[in-house]
Design a protein around this ligand. Structure first.
Ligand SMILES: [Zn+2]
Length: 218
Protein backbone atom coordinates (compact mmCIF):
# COMPACT_ATOMS: atom_id res chain seq x y z
CA UNK A 1 0.00 0.00 0.00
CA UNK A 2 1.17 3.54 -0.74
CA UNK A 3 3.29 5.04 2.06
CA UNK A 4 1.50 8.39 1.75
CA UNK A 5 -1.71 6.80 3.11
CA UNK A 6 -0.02 6.30 6.51
CA UNK A 7 0.99 9.96 6.67
CA UNK A 8 -2.51 11.11 5.71
CA UNK A 9 -4.01 9.02 8.52
CA UNK A 10 -1.44 10.45 10.96
CA UNK A 11 -2.04 14.08 9.99
CA UNK A 12 -5.84 13.62 9.84
CA UNK A 13 -5.65 12.75 13.55
CA UNK A 14 -3.34 15.66 14.35
CA UNK A 15 -5.65 18.17 12.64
CA UNK A 16 -8.58 17.03 14.79
CA UNK A 17 -6.41 16.93 17.95
CA UNK A 18 -5.50 20.58 17.43
CA UNK A 19 -9.16 21.58 17.03
CA UNK A 20 -8.76 22.76 13.45
CA UNK A 21 -11.97 21.09 12.22
CA UNK A 22 -15.20 19.77 13.78
CA UNK A 23 -17.26 16.71 12.74
CA UNK A 24 -17.00 15.90 9.02
CA UNK A 25 -15.64 19.38 8.24
CA UNK A 26 -12.42 20.08 6.35
CA UNK A 27 -10.57 17.93 3.84
CA UNK A 28 -6.97 17.02 3.13
CA UNK A 29 -4.94 15.43 0.38
CA UNK A 30 -1.42 14.50 -0.64
CA UNK A 31 0.24 13.87 -3.99
CA UNK A 32 2.43 10.95 -4.92
CA UNK A 33 3.58 10.79 -8.53
CA UNK A 34 0.59 11.01 -10.88
CA UNK A 35 -1.90 10.38 -8.07
CA UNK A 36 -3.60 12.42 -5.40
CA UNK A 37 -5.03 10.77 -2.28
CA UNK A 38 -8.01 12.66 -0.84
CA UNK A 39 -10.18 12.41 2.24
CA UNK A 40 -13.50 10.72 1.43
CA UNK A 41 -16.62 12.88 1.65
CA UNK A 42 -18.52 12.73 4.95
CA UNK A 43 -15.80 11.16 7.11
CA UNK A 44 -14.29 12.69 10.25
CA UNK A 45 -10.61 13.36 9.48
CA UNK A 46 -9.45 11.37 12.52
CA UNK A 47 -11.48 8.29 11.54
CA UNK A 48 -10.08 7.72 8.06
CA UNK A 49 -8.15 4.45 7.82
CA UNK A 50 -5.11 3.95 5.59
CA UNK A 51 -7.09 2.06 2.95
CA UNK A 52 -9.93 4.58 2.88
CA UNK A 53 -8.20 7.59 1.30
CA UNK A 54 -9.58 8.07 -2.21
CA UNK A 55 -7.01 7.68 -4.98
CA UNK A 56 -7.44 9.90 -8.04
CA UNK A 57 -5.33 10.18 -11.18
CA UNK A 58 -4.39 13.82 -11.34
CA UNK A 59 -4.18 13.91 -15.13
CA UNK A 60 -7.29 11.96 -16.10
CA UNK A 61 -9.43 12.63 -13.02
CA UNK A 62 -10.18 8.89 -12.73
CA UNK A 63 -11.40 8.00 -9.23
CA UNK A 64 -10.45 4.59 -7.80
CA UNK A 65 -12.71 2.61 -5.43
CA UNK A 66 -16.32 3.05 -4.30
CA UNK A 67 -16.03 6.06 -2.02
CA UNK A 68 -16.74 9.60 -3.10
CA UNK A 69 -13.85 12.02 -2.54
CA UNK A 70 -14.28 15.35 -0.78
CA UNK A 71 -16.55 17.83 -2.57
CA UNK A 72 -13.54 20.17 -2.72
CA UNK A 73 -11.68 17.79 -5.08
CA UNK A 74 -11.66 20.40 -7.81
CA UNK A 75 -9.85 22.92 -5.57
CA UNK A 76 -7.28 20.30 -4.47
CA UNK A 77 -6.50 19.18 -8.04
CA UNK A 78 -6.36 22.80 -9.20
CA UNK A 79 -3.70 23.59 -6.59
CA UNK A 80 -1.55 20.59 -7.57
CA UNK A 81 -1.77 21.50 -11.24
CA UNK A 82 -0.80 25.10 -10.47
CA UNK A 83 2.06 24.37 -8.07
CA UNK A 84 4.53 21.63 -9.02
CA UNK A 85 6.30 22.07 -5.66
CA UNK A 86 3.18 21.36 -3.58
CA UNK A 87 2.49 17.79 -2.41
CA UNK A 88 -0.04 18.41 0.37
CA UNK A 89 -3.23 20.45 0.73
CA UNK A 90 -5.04 20.96 4.04
CA UNK A 91 -8.42 22.69 4.13
CA UNK A 92 -9.57 23.43 7.68
CA UNK A 93 -12.30 25.29 9.57
CA UNK A 94 -10.25 26.76 12.45
CA UNK A 95 -12.77 28.52 14.72
CA UNK A 96 -10.75 31.50 15.94
CA UNK A 97 -9.17 32.23 12.56
CA UNK A 98 -12.56 32.03 10.86
CA UNK A 99 -14.18 34.18 13.55
CA UNK A 100 -11.69 37.02 13.39
CA UNK A 101 -11.37 37.18 9.59
CA UNK A 102 -15.15 37.13 9.27
CA UNK A 103 -15.23 40.10 11.67
CA UNK A 104 -12.89 41.92 9.29
CA UNK A 105 -9.66 41.62 11.28
CA UNK A 106 -6.56 41.44 9.10
CA UNK A 107 -3.79 38.88 9.47
CA UNK A 108 -0.39 40.61 9.56
CA UNK A 109 3.04 39.50 10.81
CA UNK A 110 2.98 39.63 14.59
CA UNK A 111 5.82 37.25 15.53
CA UNK A 112 8.84 35.67 13.78
CA UNK A 113 7.28 32.26 13.03
CA UNK A 114 4.45 33.99 11.19
CA UNK A 115 6.91 35.41 8.68
CA UNK A 116 8.95 32.22 8.46
CA UNK A 117 6.07 29.77 8.02
CA UNK A 118 3.03 31.64 6.74
CA UNK A 119 4.84 34.31 4.74
CA UNK A 120 4.45 38.05 5.17
CA UNK A 121 1.32 38.29 3.01
CA UNK A 122 -1.60 36.00 3.81
CA UNK A 123 -4.54 36.84 1.52
CA UNK A 124 -8.21 36.68 2.50
CA UNK A 125 -10.94 35.97 -0.03
CA UNK A 126 -14.59 36.90 0.33
CA UNK A 127 -17.18 34.21 0.97
CA UNK A 128 -17.81 31.84 -1.94
CA UNK A 129 -20.14 28.84 -1.83
CA UNK A 130 -18.06 25.68 -1.05
CA UNK A 131 -17.36 22.88 -3.48
CA UNK A 132 -17.58 24.70 -6.78
CA UNK A 133 -15.52 26.09 -9.62
CA UNK A 134 -15.69 29.65 -8.26
CA UNK A 135 -13.89 28.63 -5.06
CA UNK A 136 -11.35 26.61 -7.06
CA UNK A 137 -10.59 29.57 -9.30
CA UNK A 138 -10.25 32.04 -6.48
CA UNK A 139 -8.01 29.84 -4.29
CA UNK A 140 -5.84 28.71 -7.22
CA UNK A 141 -5.25 32.32 -8.26
CA UNK A 142 -4.04 33.15 -4.74
CA UNK A 143 -1.73 30.14 -4.28
CA UNK A 144 0.37 31.24 -7.23
CA UNK A 145 2.14 33.50 -4.74
CA UNK A 146 1.40 32.23 -1.24
CA UNK A 147 1.00 29.08 0.84
CA UNK A 148 -1.97 30.05 2.99
CA UNK A 149 -5.34 31.44 1.90
CA UNK A 150 -7.99 32.63 4.34
CA UNK A 151 -11.65 32.08 3.38
CA UNK A 152 -14.07 34.55 4.98
CA UNK A 153 -17.04 32.88 6.75
CA UNK A 154 -15.53 29.48 5.95
CA UNK A 155 -11.94 28.64 6.98
CA UNK A 156 -8.51 28.37 5.41
CA UNK A 157 -6.38 26.43 2.92
CA UNK A 158 -2.75 25.65 3.80
CA UNK A 159 -0.38 23.97 1.36
CA UNK A 160 3.14 22.59 1.55
CA UNK A 161 5.85 20.50 -0.02
CA UNK A 162 4.91 17.83 2.56
CA UNK A 163 1.99 17.09 4.87
CA UNK A 164 4.24 18.11 7.74
CA UNK A 165 4.80 21.55 6.25
CA UNK A 166 1.10 22.08 5.38
CA UNK A 167 0.14 20.94 8.89
CA UNK A 168 2.72 23.24 10.54
CA UNK A 169 1.16 26.14 8.66
CA UNK A 170 -2.38 25.10 9.66
CA UNK A 171 -1.45 24.81 13.33
CA UNK A 172 0.48 28.08 13.38
CA UNK A 173 -2.37 29.86 11.61
CA UNK A 174 -4.83 29.13 14.42
CA UNK A 175 -2.14 29.96 16.97
CA UNK A 176 -1.70 33.33 15.25
CA UNK A 177 -5.44 33.95 15.44
CA UNK A 178 -5.34 33.31 19.22
CA UNK A 179 -2.41 35.72 19.59
CA UNK A 180 -4.13 38.41 17.50
CA UNK A 181 -7.33 38.05 19.49
CA UNK A 182 -5.47 38.16 22.83
CA UNK A 183 -3.56 41.24 21.69
CA UNK A 184 -6.73 42.97 20.59
CA UNK A 185 -8.44 42.29 23.91
CA UNK A 186 -5.36 43.40 25.89
CA UNK A 187 -4.89 46.69 24.09
CA UNK A 188 -3.39 48.15 20.97
CA UNK A 189 -1.56 45.55 18.85
CA UNK A 190 1.98 46.15 17.65
CA UNK A 191 2.84 44.26 14.47
CA UNK A 192 6.36 43.60 13.17
CA UNK A 193 7.64 46.40 10.96
CA UNK A 194 9.12 45.95 7.47
CA UNK A 195 12.73 45.97 8.70
CA UNK A 196 11.95 43.31 11.31
CA UNK A 197 10.16 41.18 8.69
CA UNK A 198 13.10 41.48 6.31
CA UNK A 199 15.56 40.46 9.02
CA UNK A 200 13.60 37.27 9.70
CA UNK A 201 13.41 36.45 5.98
CA UNK A 202 17.20 36.65 5.85
CA UNK A 203 17.93 34.42 8.83
CA UNK A 204 20.04 31.40 7.91
CA UNK A 205 18.62 29.47 10.89
CA UNK A 206 15.14 29.77 9.34
CA UNK A 207 16.34 28.15 6.13
CA UNK A 208 17.48 25.18 8.19
CA UNK A 209 14.13 24.87 10.00
CA UNK A 210 12.18 25.24 6.76
CA UNK A 211 14.26 22.51 5.08
CA UNK A 212 13.32 20.09 7.88
CA UNK A 213 9.61 20.64 7.27
CA UNK A 214 10.05 19.51 3.68
CA UNK A 215 11.34 16.14 4.79
CA UNK A 216 8.46 14.01 6.01
CA UNK A 217 8.43 12.02 2.82
CA UNK A 218 9.96 8.60 2.79
ZN1 LIG B 1 -14.71 23.89 4.12
Amino acid sequence: MEEIRKLLTLYGKKIVEKGLVAGPGGNISAREGDYVFLSPSGFFLDEIKEDTWVKVNIKTGKIFGDLRPTCEISMHLGIYLEREDVNAVIHIHPPITTGIISAGMKFKPIFPDYVALLGKDVPTIEYIVPGGEALRKSVVSKVKKCNVVLLKNHGAVCIGATLKEAFARSWLLEDTAKTLLAGKIAGSLRYLNNKEIEDIENLESEDYRKALLKKDRK
